[in-house]
Design a binder for this molecule. Structure first.
Ligand code: SAH
Ligand code: DHB
Ligand code: MG
Length: 221
């Protein structure tokens, strides 16, 4: 596989479309400084999420897995002034880095960072009577992806777009006997997506600066 070529083309795309600005570059720098993993979505993927949020005129967005807020900022930039994004992050250090980045992006009025494990925060959102979300981005830990999908359905309405990152994993999802729990989580999720009568879905393979992976897209029926 010519992953180096895909990386170079990704850099070309970033350059020809001027995808990053100082705020987004500062997010990358903050990850380095705090020694957080560099596993944010790529610039082209961030813009893709942003375009999807615009296409569904999203006013309410839910994200699982904030890290430093890179994807959060791309998504929130698609919101109208009175729109809201809730992002769930279990690691308080990650959440702190994200909050600073969100402040710097001028988006603190639109974004709420909820610190906690997603499987604990999601029932809280339901108990609070949260209105359905227009777009839900699943990008936290991989083993419970199927449970996250079930929660996404509970917090949806017909037409809600559900997106899940990292569902191809270098093609490792082909390996039914993988001993990697992330791979098994993605396999269970992909199978649940295919079996669900509640959504219509596809999975896109993606290659570039993030290596070889993929995102699932599903619209609630
Ligand atoms: N969406 C981010 C990347 C997220 S990386 C971006 O593209 O910019 C995955 C994040 O999920 C990490 O910050 C990790 O701490 C967080 N996480 C892991 N397990 C979690 C859980 N159970 N609940 C909420 N967040 C979790
Ligand atoms: C991992 C998680 C991610 O969200 C990602 O985009 C890449 C890798 C991981 O946990 O390995
Ligand atoms: Mg991811």
């Amino acid at each position: 596989m010519d992953i180096e070529l895909f990386e170079q083309v990704d850099r070309y795309i970033e350059s020809v479309l001027s995808l990053e600005d100082p705020v987004l570059r500062a997010v990358d720098q903050s990850l380095d400084e705090a020694e957080l993993p560099r596993i944010s979505v790529s610039p082209a993927q961030g813009k893709f999420l942003h375009l999807l949020a615009r296409l569904c005129s999203a006013r309410r967005i839910l994200e699982l897995g904030t890290l430093g807020g890179y994807s959060t900022i791309w998504l929130a930039r698609a919101l109208p002034a009175d729109g809201r994004l809730i992002t769930i992050e279990s690691d308080a250090v990650h959440a702190g880095v994200a909050k600073r980045n969100i402040e710097r992006a001028g988006l603190a009025d639109r974004i709420e960072v909820r610190i906690g494990k997603a499987l604990e925060v999601l029932p809280q959102l339901q108990a609070e009577g949260a209105a359905p979300f227009d777009l839900i981005f699943i990008d936290a830990d991989k083993p419970p992806y199927t449970e996250y999908f079930q929660w996404a359905l509970r917090l949806s309405r017909p037409g809600t777009l559900i997106i899940a990152d990292n569902v191809v994993r270098d093609g490792d999802i082909l390996d039914a006997n993988s001993d990697d729990e992330r791979v098994q989580g993605a396999r269970r999720f992909n199978a649940a997506l295919g079996a669900s009568q509640a959504v219509t879905a596809t999975i896109l393979q993606l290659a570039g600066v993030k290596g070889y992976d993929g995102m699932a897209l599903a619209v609630v029926k």
